[in-house]
Write a protein that binds this ligand. Structure first.
Ligand SMILES: [Ca+2]
Ligand SMILES: [Ca+2]
Length: 96
């Protein structure tokens, strides 16, 4: 597989690893999402310190309002975070 194909299948595998733990196997409930963020995005979670911030993040991600994060909602979040990372590195490069 190419790097991009590997990255895409990794994202799917990470989502499934957490979504399968409880309830609907294809959706992340709040606790599963919290575990995923803690274990897989520790640097980002360092900025989401309190429960209220996590709750509002979950609400923002939950586009269809079913109180769970499905794969499409998860991908929207990953895209946002990835674009932010890209912007960061782009601007860092400009400063050189
Ligand atoms: Ca689940
Ligand atoms: Ca949802």
């Amino acid at each position: 597989m190419t790097d991009l194909e590997t990255s895409m299948s990794t994202i799917i595998a990470v989502f499934q690893k957490y979504s399968e733990r409880e309830g609907d196997k294809h959706k992340l409930k709040k606790r599963e999402l919290k575990e995923l963020l803690h274990d897989e995005l520790p640097d980002l979670m360092a900025h989401v310190k309190d429960q209220a911030a996590l709750d509002s993040l979950m609400e923002a991600l939950d586009a269809d309002g079913d109180s769970e994060c499905d794969f499409q909602e998860f991908m929207t979040f990953i895209s946002m975070v990835t674009v932010c990372c890209h912007d960061y590195f782009e601007h860092e490069h400009e400063d050189e």
